[in-house]
Design a protein around this ligand. Structure first.
Ligand code: UD1
Ligand code: MG
Length: 456
């Protein structure tokens, strides 16, 4: 049997009113990636012949996110948003002439996996083919989900929305995930029969089940984990989805050879890459765009965003790597050190209390405690170039644009405003002055004055 062509329809035109947000629901993020991007990545993994996203008018930011995540996706506009069935109808023209399976998924269901979608497609296609198949789940809190009403023989009879359900139907624990595959040849006939006669006055996609059954067509369901089918409708759901995805990402990081000492305290982004034998301590946060090499040590409480870290480097504890930090192998970045838009070459060290921004630090250079690159004058950013094998003494201030040549020394406490030649020693601080005995004399004078005051 040849597999029929596949179109995936992603519904994302809803207002997401329960989020109470100015941001469209599907642009809210988990693991630092918009919900819609998670859904599209999973959809693209099935290599569909068509990928269509249904948006509301004016959702230009969502359209941009769609284009970034899946450039092959088409978008169609649903106006106004009159329900999930109406949203499918909005794709009618785009799907004209398409013969195959139409898989409907929601933009607010970010934890879907390609495997669970494949199982659903297989269920519809299983001989004799059904008109449609629905992905079902048994969530801990079924509340707002639609309920699946089954026949005595286990076939799917209807889906009843929570707001329209009788007490007996509300007691059903088998719930609709919103993921449904429908045979293309019957889809729009069923959609045309929808009526908005329900609590919300909407065209419910879920009603096509009962309509199909009235026409003698078979409907089926497959159960999958409630976690993978979680729908985000509120901020609380968003937090649940974040927690579930973090668990997946931590498990994947460990499965690929990284050690997470206390995995439940480590926060990863969807694109975080950790090399083998890298050890991540407790309470480390990885923002987007981070690639960490092999054998790297990241002790507790470090915050890393948009950074690349070479093999066997040590980052932290309490280090902050910001976007554009590029660290070579065996670099050491210690506590309360912040690196932004700077390349730190192999074996260089900045171990304590330092800010390095818009800079290059050459191989094996040592940056003393408290060193600051002054990269910003209130108008423009300028670059600090430090060669290799340089020693910057503690509490130095490097006022950019400035360059320090290979092998140079900068004395502690210097304010460096001009370039330093290779192998030179630069001192830029007040010369020390010593007054012999002056401290003791001052102390004696103060003590005498106090004795005078305290006399009766
Ligand atoms: C829907 C299902 C419910 C299921 C639940 C699973 C229906 C009628 N109900 O309810 O059975 O248990 O999902 O999470 O299908 N959308 C549009 N246009 C619209 C309305 C919605 O594109 O006019 C999109 C939304 O952007 C969202 C998705 O469809 O991505 C689902 O809409 P939502 O309002 O969240 O439906 P639920 O009430 O969650
Ligand atoms: Mg929903």
């Amino acid at each position: 049997m040849t597999t029929p062509p596949l179109a995936i329809l992603v519904l994302a035109a809803g207002q997401g009113t329960r989020m109470l947000s100015r941001l469209p629901k599907v642009l809210h993020r988990i693991a630092n990636r918009p919900l819609i991007e998670h859904v599209l990545t999973t959809a693209a993994a099935l290599a569909p012949d068509r990928l269509i996203v249904v948006l509301a008018p004016g959702m230009t930011d969502v359209a941009a996110a769609v284009n970034a995540a899946a450039p092959e996706a088409e978008t169609v506009v649903q106006a106004p948003a009159l329900g999930t069935g109406h949203a499918v109808a909005a794709a009618r023209t785009a799907l004209a002439g398409f013969a195959g399976d139409v898989l409907v998924i929601f933009g607010d269901t970010p934890l879907l996996t390609p495997t669970s979608l494949q199982a659903l497609l297989a269920e519809r296609r299983r001989s004799p083919g059904a008109a449609l198949a629905v992905a079902a789940m048994r969530p801990a809190a079924p509340e707002a989900y639609g309920r699946l009403v089954l026949d005595t023989d286990g076939g799917l009879a209807a889906i009843v929305e929570a707001k329209d359900a009788s007490p007996a139907e509300r007691a059903i624990t088998l719930c609709n995930s919103g993921v449904m595959v429908i045979a293309g040849e019957v889809l729009f006939d069923l959609i045309d029969a929808l009526r908005p006669e329900n609590a919300k006055g909407e065209y419910y996609l879920t009603d096509i089940v009962a309509i199909a059954r009235r026409r003698g067509l078979a409907c089926r369901h497959v159960e999958a984990s409630a976690e993978s089918l979680l729908g985000v409708n509120s901020r609380a759901d968003l937090a649940l989805a974040e927690a579930a995805l973090q668990q997946r990402l931590r498990a994947a990081a460990m499965a690929s050879g990284a050690t997470l000492v206390a995995p439940e305290t480590v926060f990863l982004s969807a694109d975080t890459r950790l090399g083998r034998d890298t050890v991540v301590g407790p309470f480390v946060v990885f923002g987007p765009g981070v690639t960490i090499g092999e054998g790297v040590e990241i002790p507790a409480f470090s915050h890393i965003v948009g950074a690349t870290v070479g093999d066997r480097a040590i980052i932290g504890p309490f280090a902050r790597l910001r976007p554009g930090a590029e660290l070579g192998p065996e670099v050491h970045i210690g506590n309360f050190v912040e690196i932004k838009n700077a390349r730190i070459e192999a074996g260089a060290k900045a171990n304590h209390l330092t800010y390095i921004g818009d800079a290059v630090v050459g191989a094996r250079s040592n940056i003393g405690a408290g060193t600051i690159t002054c990269n910003y004058d209130g108008f423009t950013k300028s670059t600090t170039r430090i060669g290799s094998g340089v020693f910057i003494g503690s509490n130095a201030v490097l006022v950019a644009p400035v360059a320090v040549g290979d092998g140079a020394y900068v004395a502690a406490g210097s304010v460096i405003t001009g370039d330093v030649a290779p192998d030179a020693l630069a001192l830029a601080r007040g010369r020390q002055v010593e007054k012999p005995g002056r401290a003791a004399a001052w102390r004696q004078a103060r003590a005498a004055a106090r004795t005078q005051r305290e006399k009766p």
